[in-house]
Design a protein around this ligand. Sequence first.
Ligand SMILES: Nc1ccn([C@@H]2O[C@H](COP(=O)(O)OP(=O)(O)OP(=O)(O)O)[C@@H](O)[C@H]2O)c(=O)n1
Ligand SMILES: C[C@](O)(CO)[C@H](O)COP(=O)(O)O
Length: 237
Amino acid sequence: MIWAIVPAAGRGSRYGGAIPKQYLDIAGLPLIAYSLRAVLAHPSVGGAMVVLAQDDALWPGWTEVEGKPVRTCIGGDARADSVLAGLSALPDDVRPDDFVLVHDAARPHLRASDLERLLDLGRGDPVGAILATPVRDTLKLAGDDGGIDGTQSRDRLWRALTPQLFRRFQLTRALEAARDAGIAVTDEAMAMERQGHRPLLVEGSDDNLKVTTPADLPLAEFLLRLSREVSMPERRP
Ligand SMILES: Nc1ccn([C@@H]2O[C@H](COP(=O)(O)OP(=O)(O)OP(=O)(O)O)[C@@H](O)[C@H]2O)c(=O)n1
Ligand SMILES: C[C@](O)(CO)[C@H](O)COP(=O)(O)O
């Protein structure tokens, strides 16, 4: 059985709100409720470990979502530290070779079809897989003076999303190696790449957005209301 790790220990500094963005309200529920439901709705996902900030006073204390267990632990200063804490806190029946699914609390609009594709293809890969989407815009290199220093080829460039699917032990070892080398990894795949692995890219949806700035919240709400794949939950998650 696969467990999800949901990093939710961030402060949301780029959002700049009064509360961490994972607790912003969408249709009467905190944003994290949608991210949790999206991963726990899949029959192959048995539970979730939510990684909270040390002083988190907003976590609603859920112990079950979609009929599945939800546990919590305390994260660290960087997202990678939080993911490591989540891996360490997983129940003992999550074996070293079991896959774990890491999904940002800040990504509420995860399509069931995308998750299905990731699990289907990722579990067949010797290393694991991530959802990602090809870059569709022309990329410019910005100069210090605000001018354009060049145009970068977007060939073969993809934006990494979450969930990211890797085996518990391999991911733990990769994240520990990056930490011990003083390398700040921005996603799980980067840690795996540093170990010489080539995780599979599984195409996901551009609308699997990470709520990062205030402009993202109304878009997230619109997508959640519009998408037939993400039912708007009644008040409880
Ligand atoms: N030390 C951290 C930092 C981030 N996260 C989580 O990782 C996800 C993606 O991170 P990001 O969007 O960067 O969230 P924040 O770090 O909160 O945002 P910011 O960088 O603007 O402060 C979020 O669900 C966030 O809560 C975490 O668990 N632990
Ligand atoms: C993991 C991630 O969502 C993949 O795009 C992204 O790297 C998180 O970065 P952040 O700076 O922690 O938001």
